[in-house]
Design a protein around this ligand. Structure first.
Ligand code: AMP
Length: 532
C-alpha cells in the first residue's frame, strides 16, 4: 500500500514526502485508514514501528477542519515521559509543516507560565504527561470538553509507572463521543481491562515486535565481576569496540547511572547521562548532546530512555541485565535500526545471571558468551548496590564475611564522615587511583537534599509524578508553582530495576516523630526571676 492509498490529505502527503518516506510501515498502513474513518484503534506496537506517524498523520487530516478555542484543546496525546512527549511534539512540527496548528506541550520540569499561555491561545494538539495535565485541569486552567481525539501512547509503560489511575480519570473527563487511539507494546491484563472500558468497538492492529531487528544486531554476554571490575570491563569494551561510533549504556538503577557517568567522565570518556532524577533541561541537554554527536556515550535508565528515537547508534551496552526481559528487547533495539548493523553487549555478574533465562526465552535464542562464562571470572570487585550484600561485614552468597577479606579490598572503602545528626550514614566504595576526587556515590548523595521532613522543600516545590520513581525518592531541582503534592500511590506497580529501596536510611529517614515537628511556644513575661 502507498501513502496515497491510505486516504491522507494532500497537505499531509506533501509533508510525508518531504520527510523522505516512500511507503507506510505496517502499523501506518493498517491504522491510518481506520483512524481517518473515525474508528477507535488499538495498536499493539512498539517504538521503531512508525507508530507515532500512525496516529499523528490522521490527526493532522482531522484537524484541517475547525479551530481551537481558548483553554479547550481539540486533541490530547498522553505520553508516559517528558522525552516521549517532546518527541511527539517534534513529529507534529515535522509532519505538520503545511498546517498552521497550535501544539502545546504540558510536561513537568518546565514553567507553568509558558504552557498556560499556549493553552490560553487555544491548542489544536495538547501533548502531555498525565500528572502535569491533571494539575492544569484541577486548577481550572484547562477544559477537556472539546477533545475530539484522545491518544494514549505507550500504555504498558504508563502501567509500569503507576499512571493507570490518572489515565482512567482522564478518560472519564474527556467526552464520551471522542475517538480514542490507543497504543501499547504489550497487553497485560490491566491494559486489556482499560481498553475494554474506554475503547468503543476498536480496530485491533498488531504488528510484529521489531525483535526481527535482532538479525542486524550482534549480541553477546560478557562475564564480569562487580563494582570497579564491572566498570573496568565496560571501559575495555568501549575502547576495544570495532566500528564504534557511539553507544547507549543502560543501567538498572538511577543511582548507578550517575555513578557510572561520573566514572566514565573521570576516565576521559565523552559521556552524558539520562535518568529520572535529572531536571528537565538537563535531560533534554543530554539527549541533544548525544543526538548531535557532542557526546558519544549516553548512560541511561530504562524509564528515561524507553521509546526514544535516536537513530544511528552503533553499540548498546547493558551495564546490568534488565530485570524485565521486555526491556532487553527495547534496549538492544536502540541499535541496528533501519537495516544498519549494531552491537549489543551485556555485562553479566553472578547477580545478573538470574535474568538471563527469561530474556533468552523472550527473544527465542541463546545469547553467546564472549570470552568465557561466569566460571572464568575471579570476582574481586565489591558489590555496591546490593543492599546488605556486598557491604563490609555482610555475608555474601558464599557465606563469607567480607570484612575478613583481603585488606586491599577493604581499602576501597572508607567511612563517610559523621553527619550533623551524629550517625554514620553508610560505607561507600572509593575507586582506586581516584581517591583525590570525590567518589561519585558520595557526590550523588551530597546533591541529594537531607531526607528529614523538616528539611524538605515546601509541598509546592516537590517534583511531579511524571517521573514517578524520581519523585518519590528525591527532592526536586524543578521549581514551579505546583500546589498539588505527589500522592503516594498504593496501586503502582514499581519496577524492580528502578527502585532505589536499597539505599541506606540516613538519620531518621523520612519518618520524623510528630512531637519533634510541633511548634515550640515561648511565653512572654515581664518578670525576670530573681537570681538565686
Ligand atoms: P516511531 O516508531 O514512531 O518512533 O518511529 C520510528 C522511526 O521511523 C522514526 O525515526 C520515524 O521518522 C521513522 N518512520 C516513521 N514512518 C516511516 C516510514 N513510513 N518510512 C520510513 N521511516 C519512517
Amino acid at each position: 500500500m502507498s501513502f496515497q492509498e491510505t486516504g491522507l490529505s494532500e497537505k499531509v502527503l506533501a509533508a510525508v514526502t518531504a520527510a523522505g518516506y516512500t511507503n507506510p510501515t505496517p502499523i501506518q498502513a493498517q491504522a491510518i485508514p481506520h483512524a481517518l474513518a473515525g474508528r477507535d484503534v488499538l495498536g499493539i506496537a512498539q517504538t521503531g514501528t512508525g507508530k507515532t506517524a500512525a496516529f499523528t498523520l490522521p490527526m493532522l487530516c482531522r484537524l484541517e477542519q475547525g479551530r481551537a478555542r481558548a483553554r479547550m484543546p481539540r486533541t490530547l496525546i498522553l505520553e508516559p515521559t517528558r522525552e516521549l512527549a517532546a518527541q511527539v511534539e517534534e513529529s507534529f512540527v515535522k509532519y505538520g509543516v503545511n498546517h498552521k496548528l497550535n501544539v502545546a506541550l504540558l510536561i513537568g520540569g518546565v514553567s507553568f507560565g509558558d504552557q498556560e499561555q499556549k493553552i490560553m491561545r487555544g491548542a489544536d494538539v495538547l501533548i502531555a504527561t498525565p500528572g502535569r495535565m491533571l494539575d492544569f485541569f484541577e486548577r481550572g486552567k484547562l477544559l477537556l470538553t472539546g477533545i475530539e481525539i484522545l491518544v494514549i501512547d505507550e500504555a504498558d509503560r504508563m502501567l509500569d509507572m503507576g499512571f493507570i489511575p490518572d489515565i482512567e480519570k482522564i478518560c472519564k473527563l474527556v467526552p464520551f463521543t471522542r475517538q480514542t487511539l490507543f497504543f501499547s507494546a504489550t497487553m497485560p491484563p490491566e491494559i486489556t481491562r482499560l481498553t475494554e472500558q474506554f475503547l468503543h468497538n476498536p480496530v485491533r492492529i498488531e504488528v510484529a515486535r521489531p525483535a526481527s531487528a535482532a538479525t542486524t544486531i550482534t549480541q553477546g554476554l560478557i562475564a564480569t565481576g562487580h563494582g570497579y571490575a564491572k566498570r573496568e570491563t565496560l571501559r575495555k569494551l568501549i575502547r576495544e569496540a570495532d566500528n564504534f561510533k557511539n553507544a547507549i549504556i543502560f543501567s538498572n538503577r538511577k543511582r548507578d547511572v550517575a555513578i557510572l557517568h561520573k566514572s566514565l567522565v573521570k576516565h576521559g570518556f565523552n559521556a552524558g547521562a539520562l535518568h529520572g532524577d535529572m531536571d528537565q533541561p538537563a535531560r533534554m541537554a543530554s539527549l541533544d548532546a548525544f543526538k548531535s554527536g557532542a557526546v558519544n556515550l549516553l548512560v541511561c535508565s530504562d524509564v528515561a530512555a524507553r521509546g526514544l528515537d535516536i537513530p544511528d547508534v552503533s553499540h548498546v551496552f547493558n551495564f546490568d541485565l534488565p530485570t524485565h526481559a521486555e526491556d532487553y528487547v527495547h534496549r538492544i533495539g536502540r541499535t541496528g535500526r533501519a537495516g544498519k548493523s549494531g552491537v549489543a553487549l551485556s555485562l553479566v555478574t553472578s547477580d545478573d545471571v538470574k535474568y538471563l533465562s527469561d530474556i533468552e526465552k523472550l527473544i527465542g535464542t541463546k545469547v553467546p558468551w564472549i570470552g568465557g562464562g561466569l566460571d572464568s571470572v575471579v570476582d574481586e570487585g565489591v558489590k555496591e548496590n546490593g543492599g546488605g550484600r556486598g557491604r563490609r561485614g555482610a555475608p555474601d552468597r558464599s557465606g563469607k564475611d567480607r570484612s575478613r577479606e583481603s585488606s586491599a579490598r577493604a581499602d576501597r572503602f572508607r567511612e563517610r564522615p559523621r553527619r550533623e545528626h551524629g550517625l554514620i550514614a553508610s560505607m561507600e566504595p572509593v575507586v582506586p587511583g581516584e581517591a583525590s576526587e570525590p567518589a561519585p556515590a558520595r557526590e550523588e548523595r551530597a546533591e541529594r537534599p537531607a531526607r528529614r521532613r523538616d528539611a524538605r522543600p515546601p509541598r509546592a516545590e516537590r517534583p511531579r509524578r511524571e517521573d514517578a520513581p524520581a519523585a518519590r525518592e528525591h527532592a526536586p531541582s524543578v521549581r514551579g508553582p505546583i500546589e498539588r503534592a505527589p500522592v503516594e500511590r498504593h496501586d503502582r506497580r514499581p519496577r524492580r530495576g528502578e527502585q532505589d529501596d536499597d539505599r541506606p536510611v540516613v538519620g531518621l529517614g523520612d519518618h520524623v516523630p510528630s512531637f519533634l515537628l510541633r511548634p515550640t511556644k515561648f511565653v512572654k513575661t515581664d518578670k525576670i526571676p530573681a537570681e538565686e
